[in-house]
Design a protein around this ligand. Structure first.
Ligand SMILES: CC(=O)SCCNC(=O)CCNC(=O)[C@H](O)C(C)(C)COP(=O)(O)OP(=O)(O)OC[C@H]1O[C@@H](n2cnc3c(N)ncnc32)[C@H](O)[C@@H]1OP(=O)(O)O
Ligand SMILES: CC(C)C(=O)C(=O)O
Length: 543
């Protein structure tokens, strides 16, 4: 069956730009227009030429730049507006004048102060006036969905007689439901005798979140032009989103058997350019173009996706120009996705190692919103460094401020006993390390301390390297945590454990042998939830 062709009328640069925060300058509008051409929209409403000299200049420039798209300018039903609109679009390969007048009694009475008869006459006169300038004239009955249906049919009939090639029936305030749209378009299709001489269009606003559903209903009932914007930007709650409308038609083509000229693989690029220009990103869960539209974090979904992407995706990311689906690792992820990501990173790990790492990963994920590849690498690498475990961190509290001496209360575990000490210091790290020193009762000096972020974002993992010395040698330690004090204590304990291990092997040999620098590296990585688990343990004694 030959599918009906629908026409996509993009109004990102007109109705979209009317939304606060979305103004674009001339250069930005041209870039966006060229991308919309690449996207394959049929008609591009480049602006409202009489609105300002800047709008005029951009409509004119876009008319000269684009080649494969009809370029329209909006104009009120006034001769001067129509003349200016024509001046702006006349250099386009396919120019269109889009003129409009409200037809609902509410708008006529309070805004335009006109009666129905005068509005009808003005509409007809202005379509004729525009037709003297170009063959392609679109007329919009503003607030059509709140217009008396018999009067609406009359206006449609008369403007078509006057030469309108497209008649648009907007849901200007987003009041309609899909049933209303079906009723309105079907009535016009059935009652207006010359309706086949023009294309009917829908232009739906999203005040009730129904703009795309209403546009689909209008198309199904017989409209063949849909007016929309990239990401659904536009007045108030916006317009129908082009990407949602087209992908709904593509994905559900049996129910909406239309063909269209949009190249869907350009959708993501168009949305990205809009964000880049306006500085406004679509919210993450925005359909089709939001950052999460093809991202899966939960274990059950990730497991299904790894078996067959159809389990949780109704369209491929490639079809809208997104490179790939992403399996985001976070606290809801399962072991299947965790193992796959590690394999992708080149780690071939045994079952036991995976199990241990997965536990550490879950603890880390409780603290960090998303786990990046660098977090995973830090996790694996940390676990692979062998370290003697003598002292372990149980918990700590630090008190610090610019007008006080820092204090730290640290609790360490050795075997099944816990030990606690309080120490002062010039800063919280120093205080914490002094408390460690008091607990272990083995003096050492801190020779070197360095802190760096190993991962990105605000909840980045901090990595601390320390070098400590005692009378026998120098020992290194490394600690990783989202809390820099914790990373500092962990790195210190890693070095301390190495130092004590060395000392015990010396005393085991009967005397403390002098050492050269053992240059040992020792890593620790912990999470708060490990600590929480342990909080039930009682303190046993204090040194
Ligand atoms: C539903 C829509 O999205 S419609 C498009 C809305 N977009 C915009 O308004 C953006 C661009 N607009 C503008 O820059 C300005 O409003 C202009 C240049 C068009 C007009 O500015 P001003 O002359 O200062 O008029 P203002 O905006 O205050 O008032 C609108 C006037 O247009 C009249 N008007 C409104 N719609 C129409 C129409 N379709 N046809 C004829 N006149 C209309 C109003 O009755 C009012 O007339 P009045 O000045 O005689 O009272
Ligand atoms: C001018 C028309 C098409 C409009 O933007 C609306 O009614 O929302």
């Amino acid at each position: 069956m030959e599918k009906d062709r629908i026409y996509i009328f993009d109004t990102t640069l007109r109705d979209g730009e009317q939304a606060p925060g979305y103004s674009m300058n001339l250069d930005e509008k041209i870039r966006m227009a060229l991308q919309l051409e690449a996207l394959g929209v049929d008609i591009l409403e480049a602006g409202f030429a009489i609105a300002s000299p800047g709008d005029f200049a951009s409509v004119q420039a876009i008319s000269k730049e684009v080649k494969d798209v009809t370029v329209a300018s909006l104009s009120r039903a006034l001769e001067k507006d129509i003349e200016v609109a024509w001046e702006a679009v006349k250099h386009a390969k396919r120019p269109r004048i889009h003129t409009f007048l409200a037809t609902s009694d509410l708008h006529l009475k309070f805004k335009l102060k006109m009666n129905r008869e005068d509005a009808l006459k003005r509409s007809v006169a202005m379509v004729k006036f525009a037709r003297n300038l170009t063959d392609d004239v679109e007329f919009s009955l503003e607030d059509a969905t709140r217009t008396d249906i018999d009067y609406l049919c009359k206006v449609v009939e008369e403007v078509i007689k006057a030469g309108a090639s497209v008649v648009n029936l907007p849901d200007t305030v987003g009041y309609a439901t899909p049933d209303d749209m079906t009723r309105m378009i079907s009535t016009v299709m059935n009652k207006v005798p010359n309706v086949d001489k023009a294309i009917l269009a829908v232009h739906c606003h999203n005040d009730l979140g129904l703009a795309v559903a209403n546009s689909l209903a209008g198309l199904k009932a017989g409209a063949r032009q849909a007016e929309c914007t990239v990401c659904g930007i536009g007045e108030r709650a916006g317009n129908a989103a082009i990407e949602e409308l087209v992908m709904a038609i593509r994905t559900r083509n049996d129910d909406y058997p239309f063909s269209y000229g949009v190249r869907t693989e350009e959708i993501s690029r168009s949305s990205r350019l809009l964000s880049q220009i306006t500085g406004v990103k679509p919210y993450p869960s925005k359909a089709i173009v939001g950052a999460n539209a093809f991202a899966h974090e939960s274990g059950i979904h990730q497991h299904g996706m790894m078996a067959n992407s159809l389990t949780y995706e109704i369209m491929t990311p490639e079809s809208v120009g997104v490179m790939t689906t992403s399996l985001v690792l976070g606290k809801h992820s399962g072991q299947h996705a965790f193992e796959k990501r590690l394999a992708d990173l080149g780690y071939v790990l045994g079952k036991e190692e995976i199990k241990t790492l997965f536990g550490e990963f879950k603890s880390l994920a409780d603290r960090k919103k998303t786990i990046t590849d660098r977090d995973l690498i830090a996790l694996v690498e940390s676990s692979r460094q062998s370290s003697p475990v003598i002292w372990e961190l149980e918990r700590f509290v630090v008190n610090s401020g610019n007008l006080m001496t820092s204090t730290a209360c640290v609790t360490l575990r050795k075997g099944d006993k816990t030990y606690q000490e309080v120490a002062l210091g010039t800063g919280p790290v120093y205080a914490a390390l002094r408390a460690v020193e008091k607990i272990i009762r083995h003096p050492f000096s801190l020779e070197d301390y360095s802190l760096q972020a190993v991962t990105e974002h605000r909840d980045a993992l901090g990595e601390v390297h320390v070098k400590i010395t005692d009378e026998h040698g120098m020992y290194r330690g490394r600690g990783v945590s989202t809390d820099v004090i914790e990373a500092s204590i962990l790195s210190c304990l890693a070095a301390v454990n190495r130092m004590l291990d060395e000392a015990s092997s010396i005393s085991g040999g009967g005397s403390l042998r002098p050492t050269t620098s053992p240059n040992l590296e020792n890593d620790m990585l912990r999470s708060h939830s490990d600590k929480e688990k342990e909080q039930g343990d009682a303190y046993n004694s204090t040194v």
